[in-house]
Design a protein around this ligand. Sequence first.
Ligand code: APR
Ligand code: PHB
Length: 389
Amino acid sequence: MRTKVIIIGGGPSGLLLSRLLSLDGIDNIVLEKQTKCHVISRIRAGVLESGTIKMLRKAGVAHRLETEGFVHEGIELSFKNHGFRIDLKKLTDKHVTVYGQTEITKDLYDIIEKENGNVINSVENVCPQDLDKNNPFVTYNKNGVEHKIKCDFVAGCDGYHGISRKVIPQNLIQIYERVYPFGWLGILSETPPVSDELIYANHGNGFALASMRNKNLSRYYIQTSLSDKIENWTDKKFWEELKKRLPTKASDTLVMGKSIEKSIAPLRSFVCEPMCWGKLFLVGDAAHIVPPTGAKGLNLAVSDVYYLYNGLKKHYLSNIDEDLNLYSQKALSRVWKAIRFSWWMTTTFHRFPEQSDFDQCIQDSELEYLENSVASQTVLAENYVGLPF
Ligand code: APR
Ligand code: PHB
């Protein structure tokens, strides 16, 4: 069996790349280890940049998000119990759209199943081989039968825990990583969101975030220690702590309710350089991870897809390899700017263990400068709405 591009991983980046290549008649096959049901059951946030919306529109999967997504023209930041608004629209003439990543994945699966049908789920032992030669191939197992597919290129869209990054000789890559000394305890509750816009709160007890899924589904997070456990947090205890950390105006109007989902997630910044080896290209979480503070994870996966899709399109339709050869360099340039922004948001809003009073004063002055400086707000706003691809 043979195809042009094998895509390992049927998450957002793999599915979007597959869809775009298929629209240009570039044959590809997606190998996904989980069932479709498992993949689309992953509940994940989506604060979509305008560039992401454009790519989803090009892939023909933007209709639902344009009717069901929530346009946000601003965000609220708070410190010392008072909040102030960053007017994203006024500062950048752009906005973000709040729409579940899960819905995007569902829409991509549906249109691919309807039009291409090239996703193979429940595969095992995916093994890309001869990536540093001219005739790479991938073997995998499905229902106990071994398969081999020859190809021109392999896109490693298999996430942080995937196989793709690990098949690159470790002496040929450099890993940059920062693991943050705290996690996020998040809950989902069937209650009206406390605010129409997101609230990022710096508080002496730790960070808090007020977000939403729809008009009657709220998503809240509080920073917690890495050793903390879900069982330590009753709903009552969570709401009491969240009310302390949100600005007073929000705390006074917070509608509390039973949590329908509760989880703790760690935070890390991670980059693998380069994002390619021979005929293998790493995309999305396979190559980089950002703390969720900057809401960049999905958007970075999409910009990687943008660079790789355009490189492959030029290779096949114009016989030009320049963009493909520059994929890693171009993708990493944007990745590092998002890594920096997400690191800055995380260090500005979270309370670090052994944080000194001096450190707290630095955070407070950073936020006071943001509150009073259009220049400072513009820097935050243009990073939050998304730098150009
Ligand atoms: N073989 C085949 N498929 C694999 C393998 C493997 N060895 N390892 C992982 N996968 C699949 C996973 O089951 C998953 O469906 O690859 C897919 C990777 O998807 P994601 O982890 O969602 O990564 P990506 O597509 O880059 O999307 C990044 O998803 O995790 C969020 O915050 C992240 O928003 C960001 C986005
Ligand atoms: C979310 O809604 O889950 C969310 C929103 C913004 C973030 C992180 C998470 O920065």
